[in-house]
Design a protein around this ligand. Structure first.
Ligand code: APR
Length: 263
């Protein structure tokens, strides 16, 4: 039995015996859908300056807003045509088995919901790019509509209702995370029995505290990632490799175990 087969078997055993599996995802689960991650080999921060993605810059610099809107409408971060990949579907399978306590995600691409996970089980810590929000009156616009305006030449979209500044509804650096989402994610991290981290360097606060809380509360922490993460030292099981392949193998073994138990 190879090391990977053994590790897959160990994780499948943990999940088969678990009642509440909390999955924590980062940008690494969406690279197999064609969306670049941030700190991986061809990550976004190799091409763009994170300093330009702070809320302060967005509010004060029209050129920064122009670049960000362009990224969202036709650039690296346009989400309109992306589809879920095997990792997203493996997580949906967990819900179908009645094992999924929730998906806490740093991603803003909406792919967990697109793959069929119930909306009430997806906790988007960094917001999502399906909408833009008016900073003046709070009105929300579907991103497809705003992308249309951008493709027609608008560079710095404003609210139709109050002429306030529009902002993609994703959390920028320096912005407060949606507090209810963060609190519910924390509550579940302390109650889950297994926490599976997929595709994240676990390097951004406060999101990266969620798996840490789970481990501190006694959950088994499983980390599946290409490259090191900040919490590898806390992992009960640490698997190096592509999430799509590994999660598909794990789900197959969990199903086999559950069928054996029922035979
Ligand atoms: N399978 C497994 N791991 C992968 C895959 C894959 N197919 N593709 C990439 N990875 C790994 C990368 O090697 C990297 O270690 O996923 C990790 C992604 O880490 P980051 O790029 O740091 O993304 P994330 O952890 O989600 O970043 C957190 O930082 O910039 C902010 O707001 C942004 O939500 C983001 C936050």
């Amino acid at each position: 039995m190879t090391d990977l087969t053994h590790q897959v078997e160990e994780v499948a055993h943990l999940i088969a015996d678990a009642k509440r599996v909390l999955v924590f995802t980062g940008a690494g689960v969406s690279t197999e859908s064609g969306i670049p991650d941030f700190r991986g080999t061809d990550g976004i921060w190799q091409k763009y300056d994170p300093e330009d993605f702070t809320i302060q810059k967005f509010l004060s610099d029209k050129q920064v807003r122009k670049v960000q809107w362009q990224l969202l409408s036709t650039g690296d971060l346009s989400m309109s045509k992306i589809q879920p990949n095997p990792t997203h579907f493996a997580i949906t399978e967990l819900e179908n088995m009645g094992k999924l306590y929730g998906v806490v995600t740093q991603n803003v691409d909406g792919l967990h919901q697109k793959a069929g996970v119930s909306r009430e089980k997806v906790f988007q810590l960094h917001g999502d790019l399906s909408h833009a929000v008016c900073l003046g009156c709070g009105h929300r616009y579907p991103m497809d509509m705003v992308a249309e305006w951008l493709n027609q030449g608008m560079e710095d979209p404003a609210c139709y209702l109050c002429m306030g500044m529009l902002k993609p509804d994703a959390v920028l650096f320096g912005e407060q995370l949606p507090i209810k989402v963060l609190m519910e994610s924390e509550r579940r991290s302390r109650k889950c029995d297994v926490c599976v981290v997929l595709g994240s360097t676990l390097s951004v606060y406060p999101a990266c505290l969620i798996p840490q809380y789970a481990a501190q509360a006694g959950a088994s922490l499983v980390i599946i990632n290409m490259g090191p993460t900040e919490l590898d030292h806390l992992a009960h099981i640490r698997i190096e490799g592509k999430a799509g392949d590994i999660t598909t193998k794990i789900i197959r073994r969990v199903k086999a175990r559950l069928e054996d138990e029922h035979d």
